[in-house]
Design a protein around this ligand. Structure first.
Ligand SMILES: NC(=O)c1ccc[n+]([C@@H]2O[C@H](COP(=O)([O-])OP(=O)(O)OC[C@H]3O[C@@H](n4cnc5c(N)ncnc54)[C@H](O)[C@@H]3O)[C@@H](O)[C@H]2O)c1
Length: 291
């Protein structure tokens, strides 16, 4: 006689996944903290091996400890805006794991001001990290991706690979005070759509996730004592105007900031087989908020 069916707890039903990423290798940039670390965690939890990159070695080591899978996680420290680093990061992933199946271009920061106060250096810096860096990473990975896909296709196998580029509602909607940041984040959408067309024949899904306001150091209230980042000899203040944070709570249909884990959930969709027939798209993960 059969006993009564066991009812799953809420936690079991939300963590059980309808797919596995076992055997897949991912590269996640900017994974020393914030959304990048949460993305790496989602990927590791789904079974993938992950190379994490950041310019901040201390935070990267902390991420490795949090990910807690020493055999499936490696790190490579480096400032991706130095021209040779993107290629080095791709090669390190290939030499450590022998493959790259998933690339998440997440590393980023904001260096904000209105246009009349934005220097050439500041504007270029935003294009370098949000646009030139993903371009260099994807170009460096292209030989491996094309050659692997050609062999798989010749063997009648369809192996899907995944690129997820991180953008922002500042890129899709524009945002005052972010002329460089929003230009970079809009540009990456053009790259996403073009590569979706170039790499469809190689079975690569190329998509973008655009965030609204997610609770990381990038959206802390901007104060002199708040978070700062050292880049190329500049102390860059990170954060947003406190008034913007207040207005977001009323303008956002969900009435709150998102968490890094929620942000990583949208990225995981594009890294998983659930999105195998989606390419060239931008998914906004912002609680319904638009600027
Ligand atoms: N937090 C938000 O509300 C929000 C909204 C829209 C888009 N985004 C985007 O999400 C991504 C992640 O942001 P976050 O909120 O987690 O920020 P974060 O500051 O918490 O984390 C970003 C990480 O990227 C790293 N990084 C920055 N420049 C780098 C470089 N040149 N080389 C290597 N690593 C570098 C930083 O050291 C940091 O650890 C960024 O692309 C950001 O623009 C965030």
């Amino acid at each position: 006689m059969m006993g009564p069916a066991r009812i799953e707890t809420d936690e079991e039903s939300t963590t059980r996944m309808p797919f596995t990423l076992e055997g897949k290798t991912a590269l996640v940039t900017g994974a020393g903290r914030g959304i990048g670390r949460a993305i790496a965690k989602r990927l590791v939890d789904a079974g993938a091996s992950v190379m994490v990159n950041d310019l901040d070695e201390m935070m990267l080591l902390e991420s490795e400890a949090v990910l807690a899978q020493p055999r499936r996680v490696r790190h490579i420290t480096g400032d991706l805006t130095e021209a040779s680093i993107p290629e080095m990061v791709v090669h390190a992933t290939l030499s450590e794991f022998g493959a790259i199946d998933i690339i998440v271009n997440n590393a980023g920061y904001s260096w904000d001001n209105v246009i009349q106060k934005t220097t050439d250096e500041q504007f270029q810096a935003m294009l370098e990290i949000h646009l030139v860096t993903p371009f260099r990473i994807l170009r460096a990975a292209s030989t491996y991706i094309r050659e692997s896909a050609k062999k798989e296709i010749a063997a009648s196998q369809r192996v899907m690979r995944k690129v997820v580029n991180i953008t922002s509602i500042a890129g899709t909607d524009g945002n005052p005070g972010q002329v460089g940041y929003s230009a970079g984040k809009a540009g990456i959408i053009g790259m996403t759509k073009t590569l979706a067309k170039e790499w469809g024949r190689y079975n690569v899904n190329v998509n973008a996730v655009g965030f609204g306001l997610i609770g990381t150091r990038l959206v802390q209230p901007l104060t002199d004592a708040g978070a700062k980042m050292q880049m190329h000899g500049h102390d860059i203040r990170l954060g947003v105007q406190p008034s913007l944070l207040d207005s977001v709570k009323s303008a956002c249909p969900l009435g709150r900031l998102g968490t890094p884990e929620e942000a990583a959930g949208a990225v995981l969709f594009f890294c998983s087989p659930l999105s195998d027939y989606v390419t060239g798209e931008v998914l906004i993960c912002g609680g319904g908020l638009h600027f």
